[in-house]
Design a protein around this ligand. Sequence first.
Ligand code: C2O
Ligand code: CU
Length: 701
Amino acid sequence: MYSLLIQSELGALMLFVIFSFIAAGKASKLIYNRSERQLYRKTRKLIFWSVSLSLLAAVMAAADTMLAASSHPLFWMDRLLVRTPLALLPVLLIWFYSFPRLRKLMHRTRGRSENALDVARRRQSSDPAFIVPFQLAALCSVALFYFAFVPPIPFHWTAVTMPATLLLFVACLQWMLQSRRNQLAAEVALVYRPWRRRLTHTGLLLAVLAVSSIPFLTAMENSRLPETLSMMSGKTDYGIGARSSQELAHAEHHHTGASTAAGTSPSIPVTELTGPRTGIPDRKFTLTAERKTVALSSGKQVEAWTYNGQIPGPELRMKEGELIEVTLINKDIEDGATLHWHGLDVPNAEDGVAGATQNAVMPGETFTYRFVAEQTGTFWYHSHQNSKTAVEKGLFGALIVEPQEAAAGPIEDITVITHNWRGAGMSIGADPSVQRKAVAPGTAVKLRLINTDDWVRQSYILTGAPFKVTAIDGTDLTGPAELEHHRLELLTGGRYDVTFTMPDHPVFLRVGNGHSLGILMSKDGSGDIPERPEVTTFDPTHYGTSPADVPFHRDSKFDREFMMVLDNRFAFYNGGFAAYDTINGEVFPNTPMFIVKEGELVKTTIVNRSSVEHPMHLHGHHMLVLSRNNETVSGSLWWSDTLDVAPGETYEVAFRADNPGIWMDHCHNLVHASAGMTMHLMYEGVSSPFEVGTATPNHPE
Ligand code: C2O
Ligand code: CU
């Protein structure tokens, strides 16, 4: 619904721009008509343009009103308060001022001859009250275009006043020019000189471009990221909190300028926020990052970046409570590499973000991570250095933490990690086809679904047996009910655990919507791939039963509340100008940095105003999803580390600030993250000595 509304609004806006310019041109040229007959014809045509413009304005106003009726103010404040009036105003003026004059003129010229225009007609056909509303429509359409692509969000009148003043100024100018013409027309018959007119218009356009190019180029140049930049240089955002305004003012004072949150003393550097540095590890892994050409099972070759020469990297399995030691060796990945444990809330220094918690590990270097695996479930690991390219090329793998007590009875535990190998297709692991597995009837089967792929809303459909979703993002659900005819969908970084009991007939896990990718399980691995059934998409908001103890809920008293508005707009970024996906109207490093204190209960409202989905990933914490579109989540607790926020959706999430450090919070559609859709969660009293930028090896995204 949301997408439909904003798309129709945008479509209407585009047509409004085109139509209003045509109408303004036609209206301005009425005066040049040679005969009354001609004037009559041209005047009559303006009715068509007036009606069209009105219809388009009505579509825009209706879309805005419907949004206002159904969603959070952040979706429509700017639309209803700025854009709707901008569309309606010129149209109203056309009907109130232009239309009566238009009718009068038509009346006077109807059936007239080839007579040239007399003074009265000349005055009437250049009357500013008749012509300027059409010109104003064109002017407003430009303003509408501007506000659509540079939305004043979070809504603030200051973002509106400048463009509005400019608009008013140009409108006055139009009025004056038209009045002058009107006077001239009374004296002489104006002659239409198309070339002169075109020249004037081009000259005017060039002048406007020349004048505006100066601030434009300056802004572009100023947006260049500095050669070195502290990850802590984001704009501090303290949220709305329990702290007194005095405290807040004090904190603000501390954090102005470049030093930001590091200013609070004494500060602990993230390098001290490590896992256990001593003690014999229960399990050790070595991952060597290296380039390698790897063949998929289809025979297609992938120029990959690998851990240990394989894609995906080896699956790391461990048991809850174990002390884990992983040594990363970078053999020849020139861009550098790290290891980030996606979804595992490890101590900050082990989080593996280049430029925030460590330096990128360059060729020939090694880095050792040590942490206790405290959560059980399905996670994954990936490089967080140039992560967009690194993950795309293969620097990732599954990470499974098993509970200490193994389940009773036979169990088949299958990891389904999906990835699109560029040029070689969508695959499960490195297999772009249907895999066949022999599974004895009665076996408890667990499928661990992990989507690692950018830009894909991956769908998984299980047919042949009722199943349960037992975990989301590595956290078990309570009382999950059996499902059938459901499609599970994951955005990048998300995970679902699915369990079912193997029946004595085949079961098929379909990945995507076709027939060519999936896992067919049966007694002996044979059997036909079933037709795709009718399915509805699984929705976690009311699934399972609510547990006895709930750590916090929607009505809890939160120590701090943040607003996160996801949008798309034109912006300057690193010396360029293009459409960017923004957080609170900005791209990194101008995105906000949420500041929290250890122990606080923090709520964030996430609003997606854009037209694409954003899987928002917070490092180091799991967010409890409280509500979606103002509807309280019920049933099992739904903890997420990678939340799929679709266009038009509003989520309230909350977490306990119990893991000090500097944590990335970004869209896991890594194309967006690498273009600046990233921000940080920062604990007071923590500092990071690491930097990003061209003069450093660190490029986390
Ligand atoms: Cu899976 Cu910041 O990443
Ligand atoms: Cu995104």
